[in-house]
Design a protein around this ligand. Structure first.
Ligand code: ZN
Length: 300
């Protein structure tokens, strides 16, 4: 059977400088992508520019003229938000998340990816309960229709969301269930111990425990580490432990065809690899000289 659905593919892009969202869309177009993911500011801090500086309307026009559907554009919440930490001073994490959702809603995006958090010593159960409590607080104080996508994690340190049971616990226990979905990450799944070379069986397991229909976005990253390493270090597409064929099968899996695929692969020196990676993905052909070609293109 022919599959006429178009691949939705893009990468992480920066929203900064004068260009803000307009520059993000321009970069996306230059990569041959049809979606993108961005942080509303630096991922490691809470300083944010006023929403009026994002150049939203210009960016939307540019998206429209270039076949980029804003419903497929993903926002990533900053890492500093740790909803699993019981001792977050003055409930900082939840309050910052509420502001972040407001920004996402004003920009007009549908999905906000969130790392579930780290229990920092309190234990898995306590950590999961704290996440649920904080998400309930967030949704009580926010009436937008932004959907939070809980990301599957590598299990580094005391990270939660490293197995499907932990994801299920969060989705089952938050009151406003229609406000939650899941973002899977191929590197994190591998590092957490899932055998992604047999991706359909990983999806079967996810489907049994959580439900494949909950997966609304996919982070497509290779991994620098072997299965079960609990490390979370991304590698360029096809250059890591997962390898090209395994990643291509994930990208084109018919059960995830509607979910945007987002590359968060590392830059090569100071150059974004996304144009060449997306080319490989569209051609379904590994380019082992990708990194060299990238440096040559830029005259390095
Ligand atoms: Zn993430």
């Amino acid at each position: 059977m022919m599959n006429n659905k178009k691949l939705i593919i893009g990468s992480h892009v920066q929203v900064s400088g004068e260009g803000m969202l307009v520059k993000a869309v321009e970069d996306t177009i230059s990569y041959g992508a049809n979606t993108f993911m961005f942080y509303t500011g630096a991922p490691q801090n809470s300083q944010r520019k006023p929403i009026s500086s994002f150049r939203i309307e210009e960016a939307k026009k540019l998206m429209k003229n270039n076949g980029i559907d804003i419903d497929n554009v993903i926002v990533h919440a900053p890492y500093i938000i740790n909803l699993a930490n019981k001792n977050s001073p003055d409930n900082f994490a939840s309050k910052f998340l509420i502001q972040e959702i407001d920004r996402v809603s004003k920009i007009g995006c549908r999905y906000l990816v969130l790392h579930p958090g780290s229990h920092v010593g309190a234990g898995v159960e306590e950590g999961l309960k704290t996440i649920v409590k904080n998400l309930n607080f967030v949704f009580e104080n926010d009436n937008s229709n932004v959907i939070i996508l809980i990301e599957t994690m590598a299990g580094k340190g005391t990270e939660l969301g490293k197995n499907f049971g932990e994801i299920k616990y969060i989705l089952d226990n938050v009151e406003k269930k229609d406000r939650l979905g899941v973002c899977i990450d191929s590197c994190h799944l591998n590092d957490a111990g899932y055998d992604v070379s047999n991706f359909d069986s990983v999806l079967d397991e996810f489907d049994k425990i959580v439900g494949v229909d909950k997966i609304k976005a996919v982070h497509i990253n290779d991994s620098k580490n072997v299965k079960g390493a609990a490390k979370d270090r991304h590698e360029n597409f096809g250059f890591g432990e997962l390898g090209f064929e395994t990643l291509i099968k994930i990208v084109y899996n018919p059960r995830l065809i509607d979910a945007p695929k987002i590359l968060e692969t590392p830059w090569v020196e100071d150059l974004p690899p996304y144009k060449l990676e997306i080319e490989m993905i569209r051609n379904k052909k590994f380019n082992e000289n990708m990194k060299k070609e990238l440096l040559n293109l830029q005259g390095k």
